[in-house]
Design a protein around this ligand. Structure first.
Ligand code: FES
Length: 123
């Protein structure tokens, strides 16, 4: 199911955080749970590169992290799944190692507007 068809998925234009709240080489989780099943996504940042993905591993469909905001390899260059160690590219979510090699994380479009990081797409 596409990210924006899931329950509680944020609307385009929703402000997620401020740019300065995203640490270089790290990830951060954001959950939306007004009603029903929560929508969980995370944002990773490496220098100027900022991407958001649905927090769901393509291997089994469970969240990638075991601990809060733990989404990246030690050097911050790849996204890692805590369960079986799959590695994903920051830029496009492509799985380059692990049981789901060749699959992708589902990207959530973002827009950086000054200091604000928002959900992208038309509102
Ligand atoms: S659940 Fe993520 S690699 Fe298996």
């Amino acid at each position: 199911m596409a990210w924006n068809q899931r329950s509680n998925a944020p609307e385009p234009g929703t402000v997620i955080c401020r740019l300065q709240e995203l640490e270089d080489g790290k990830g951060r989780e954001f959950t939306f749970s007004e009603d029903g099943f929560p929508f969980s996504m995370f944002i990773v940042r490496k220098a100027e590169l900022i991407r958001a993905y649905v927090n769901e591993c393509p291997h089994t469909g469970i969240p990638l992290n075991w601990s809060p905001d733990e989404f990246t390899s030690e050097d911050g260059s790849l996204i890692i799944c805590s369960t079986h160690g799959a590695l994903f590219e920051l830029d496009d979510g492509y799985c380059s190692f692990g049981p789901c090699t060749g699959d992708h994380l589902e990207q959530v479009p973002l827009e950086v507007d000054g200091e604000e990081v928002k959900i992208g797409g038309s509102s």
